[in-house]
Design a protein around this ligand. Sequence first.
Ligand code: ATP
Length: 455
Amino acid sequence: MPAPSLDVLASLAKRRGFVFGGSEIYGGIQGFWDYGPLGVELRNNIKSAWWRSMVRLRDDIDGLDAAIIMNPRVWEASGHVAGFSDPMVDCRNCKHRFRESDLKGPPSEIACPDCGQRGTLTEARQFNLMFKTHVGPVEEDASLAYLRPETAQGIFVNFANVATSMRRKLPFGIAQIGKSFRNEITPGNFIFRLREFEAMEMEYFVPPADEDRWFAYWVEERLRWWTDEIGINRERLRLRPHDADELSHYSRQTTDIEYEFPMGWSELEGVADRTNFDLTAHGAASGKNLTVFDETDGEHVVPYVIEPAMGVDRAALTVLVDGYDEEEVAGEKRVVLRIRPSLAPVKVAVLPLLRNRPELVDIARRLTTDLKQEVAAMYDDTASIGKLYRRQDEIGTPFCVTVDVESLTDGAATIRERDSMTQERVSIPAISERIAELVAGRSAWAGKAAASSAE
Ligand code: ATP
């Protein structure tokens, strides 16, 4: 099916506890969203998938968790104080504000996209995207600090600490996941563009001569991650190299991984060749030696850096858009989130077929307790079985276990798989192990169509 609209997704996300509007009871605040019980699980699963492939499974990358607020000199040296800005255009009539890059022509020649008036748009002005705050009790210039707009600088300023403490030689990487803040002019498209988001960035330090080779490697590797490990449809992904005039101030080459979102192709992740820009700048501004010995050249160099950078929130949106499906089952619409079991907020739901039979409820509750030792599991008996299945389908739960009257005599229960709606009958003591195997992808599903179906 075509991608669902963002309205459909936002409504599902709210109804089912994935994402709520930030400060909603006070009318909200633009560009900030809160993640509900299922959203926090989905985000944690995305972060673990990234950390697993970027840090845990590799010998050449270390993790880091730097502070959000840093010495403001960091942002001067990095060029963010001077250069991290979007040219912005205001409409004098309706007071709306636009990014110049979003306008379809020069501001002096086009009508305001919002109110339609001509001649009301101002010339473009620079607008720094960093949030400012003050450290300590006195609000004066000397106490000025910034909320970080990217996590990368925390990595650059700790470059020598990590290299020394972990005895690293080139090439090696440092990875970090953490909140980032940008005072975006036009936040929107649900959780696509936020003012507070979580970044996952990895800086890969290489000998200067190997820059192009590693850049190509990381573009391919990141695309592979999206398809093979996250399960995103390859046809909705594409690579887009940046034109020279859109490169960031630190970049020599950048390729975006774009996804076909409901509002069109947009950036999902960027892979940037940041050269030795940041380490050179920090070396000069701090007076510290940020070189390492390059065995290829036999001399000390400031390494070059290749950076794959993405946002957790945009990844969550992509997983929701890509997994959303609607189909007709027994004459009724079924909404199903076809996402990988590893990403699903709930891996298994245990549902007693009859909630007024205490023996069944008792078995189901005990089974849930066992399952919780292995995976994220929940018990639900608040509706009829058909409704309970639909609810789990909509939140992407890959497996449901139903305990029925026969369970009392045969000691088994039925596992039902989300996508095929087929079933396996498994003895109750073996269910936890079976579910753990299925969720981890260590064993294949062997379900059969149900003889009598509650679908
Ligand atoms: P854009 O052109 O969309 O403003 P950017 O090129 O400034 O993005 P980068 O600095 O390359 O973005 O950030 C890397 C990644 O961080 C993006 O691919 C995206 O996944 C995420 N990201 C950046 N800004 C935001 C934001 N405001 N809200 C949510 N995610 C963001």
